[in-house]
Design a protein around this ligand. Structure first.
Ligand code: DLL
Length: 432
C-alpha cells in the first residue's frame, strides 16, 4: 500500500533529476537566507548556482550538531519567524538543546512522509492508531499524529506513560496500531501479562516503532508477545523528525524518502563514501525543507545501504536498521543523553568528584541509568543523612538537566578507573 505511489515508485532517473533540482534550490535558499551557510560557502568559494550534478554536494561542508547549538535558537532558520508555524527541540537541556522550525508547507510534507510510512506498514484509514510517543518538543508525538490524521486514520493521542491506562484504552477503544518506542512496546507486553490480559484477544495488528535502536530479536519478541507486525521507522529532529525513513510490510530495511532527503553513507573517519553495502555514518541533506534546511548533516548514526530492489515496488533506497552511533550519545527511555551533560551536573555539585561511571541496563523492558559517582572522602564516611541529601540533590539536578530519572550510587574517592585520554565511562549492558 502506497500513500503517494507515483513518487514512492518514481523511476531512478526521474528521482535523480528531481533530487538535483531540489538540491540546487535548497543550496541557493540557504546561501541567500542563512548567514551561517552564506559565510561558509563564501569562505570556501562555493557557488550554489554552480551545482550541476548530485555528486557536487560532496564539495560542500558538513553541518554538525554543534553548529545548531552555536546558532541557538533561530540562527539557522531560512525563513522569517512569522512564516514558522511550529518549533520543536531535541531532548536535552537549555544549554545543549537544538531548535528546529517548520513552515506551513513543511508540516504538509512532514505529514505526507509520515503517512507514507504508516501506509507502507499496512495501516489504512480504517485503523485506530494509539500514539504513545511523548507530545511536546520531541518530534515523535506530533510527527506521527499529523501523519496519521493526514492518512485519515482515527488517532488516539494518548502520549507516553501510564501503561495500565494505555492498555485499558487499547482494549476499550479497539486500537489496531500502536506507535511508540520498541522498548515501550515490550513494557506494555509485560504489564498486559501482569494484568492478566491476553493481547491476542485485542484488536492490535500493527506496531510502528522507532526513536531508539532495537534488534531483529526484539522485533520477533514484540511480534510474538503482542501478536502484531512490527515495523521500524527512523528520523531525527535536526532533519525533520519521524518520516525520514521507514520499513514497508516486507520488514526488510527502511526506505528513505529520497525525494525529500539526499542521503550519503560515509566512513566516519575519512568522510569518504563507503563501498556499497558497507557500514558507515548516515549524512543527510534536506531537499524540500523551507524553514530549517540542513546541508550534509552528520547524523552520527551508523547504517548501510541495502542495494537490492524491494519486492514492494518502491524505488527509494533502503537502509539496514541503525547499528549504533559514531559518537557517545546514549538513548535512554527514548531520550538522547550525552555523558558530558552528566559530567557538567557533577562539576557543579559540591562534595562530588568529576569521576563517574554510567551503567545502562534494561530491567523489565525499561531502561535504567545508574550514575556511579565518586564523593570526597569526608562525605563517604559521613552520616547517612548527609549522603542521602546529596543523592537527592544530584537526582533532582540530573532530572532537570536530562529529562529522565537516574539512579545515583555514591562510591569512594579513587575507586573508579582512571583513563589516559578519552575514557570509556559508559557500560551499556542492554542486550537489544
Ligand atoms: O527520535 C525522531 C523519531 C521519533 C524517529 C519517532 C522515529 C520515531 P530525536 O529525538 O532527535 O528524534 O533522536 C534522533 O534517535 O539520530 C537515532 O540515533 C535515534 N533513532 C531514531 N529512530 C531510530 C530507529 C527522533 N528507528 C536519534 N532506530 C537518531 C535506531 C533511532 N535509532
Amino acid at each position: 500500500m502506497y500513500w503517494q505511489k507515483e513518487l514512492e515508485c518514481l523511476p531512478g532517473s526521474d528521482l535523480k533529476k528531481l533530487q538535483l533540482q531540489r538540491l540546487q534550490r535548497t543550496l541557493k535558499r540557504v546561501g541567500t537566507n542563512v548567514p551561517f551557510y552564506r559565510n561558509r560557502f563564501q569562505k570556501l568559494k562555493l557557488d550554489p548556482n554552480k551545482v550541476n550534478s548530485l555528486d557536487d554536494i560532496r564539495r560542500f561542508p558538513f553541518t554538525l550538531k554543534q553548529d545548531l547549538r552555536d546558532n541557538y535558537p533561530y540562527g539557522l532558520f531560512a525563513v522569517p519567524l512569522r512564516d514558522v508555524v511550529r518549533v520543536h527541540s531535541s531532548s536535552g537541556t537549555t544549554g545543549m538543546a537544538t531548535v528546529v522550525g517548520y513552515s506551513k508547507n513543511d508540516i504538509v510534507n512532514w505529514s505526507d512522509l509520515v503517512a507514507r510510512i504508516l501506509c507502507g506498514a499496512g495501516v489504512t484509514p480504517d485503523d485506530v492508531i494509539q500514539i504513545a510517543f511523548g507530545y511536546g518538543l520531541f518530534t515523535g508525538g506530533f510527527g506521527l499524529h499529523y501523519g496519521a490524521e493526514r492518512l485519515g486514520a482515527s488517532v488516539i493521542p494518548i502520549s507516553a506513560g501510564n501503561t495500565k491506562r494505555q492498555i485499558q484504552i487499547m482494549q476499550d477503544f479497539k486500537t489496531t496500531a500502536l506507535v511508540c518506542t520498541p522498548s515501550y512496546a515490550l513494557k506494555m507486553a509485560d504489564v498486559m501479562m501482569d494484568m492478566g490480559i491476553n493481547p491476542n484477544g485485542m484488536s492490535l495488528r500493527y506496531g510502528l516503532f522507532g526513536a531508539e535502536p532495537w534488534s531483529e530479536a526484539m522485533r520477533i519478541e514484540i511480534n510474538e508477545r503482542l501478536g502484531i507486525r512490527a515495523t521500524d521507522n527512523y528520523g531525527l529532529s535536526e532533519v525533520m523528525g519521524p518520516g525520514v525513513a521507514g520499513e514497508c510490510h516486507e520488514c526488510n530495511g527502511l526506505h528513505v524518502n529520497e525525494d525529500h532527503f539526499y542521503v550519503e553513507i560515509l566512513d566516519p573517519k575519512t568522510l569518504e563514501p563507503v563501498a556499497p553495502g558497507e557500514v558507515g555514518e548516515l549524512v543527510i541533506t534536506t531537499l524540500t525543507k523551507e524553514a530549517f534546511p540542513v546541508i550534509r548533516y552528520r547524523t552520527r548514526d551508523l547504517t548501510r545501504f541495502l542495494p537490492e530492489p524491494c519486492p514492494c515496488g518502491r524505488t527509494f533506497v533502503r537502509m539496514g536498521r541503525m547499528m549504533g552511533r559514531s559518537d557517545d550519545m546514549l538513548i535512554i527511555k527514548g531520550v538522547n543523553v550525552f555523558p558530558t551533560q552528566i559530567e557538567a551536573v557533577l562539576f557543579e555539585i559540591e562534595g562530588t568528584e568529576p569521576h563517574y561511571r554510567l551503567i545502562v541496563e534494561r530491567e523489565n523492558n525499561e531502561d535504567k541509568l545508574t550514575v556511579q559517582v565518586e564523593v570526597v572522602e569526608s562525605m563517604f564516611f559521613d552520616q547517612m543523612k548527609k549522603q542521602r541529601a546529596l543523592v537527592d540533590t544530584i537526582k533532582k539536578r540530573m532530572a532537570s538537566e536530562l529529562g529522565i530519572g537516574v539512579q545515583i550510587k555514591l562510591v569512594e574517592e579513587r575507586s573508579l578507573e582512571r583513563f589516559n585520554g578519552k575514557g570509556d565511562r559508559v557500560i551499556d549492558k542492554r542486550k537489544l
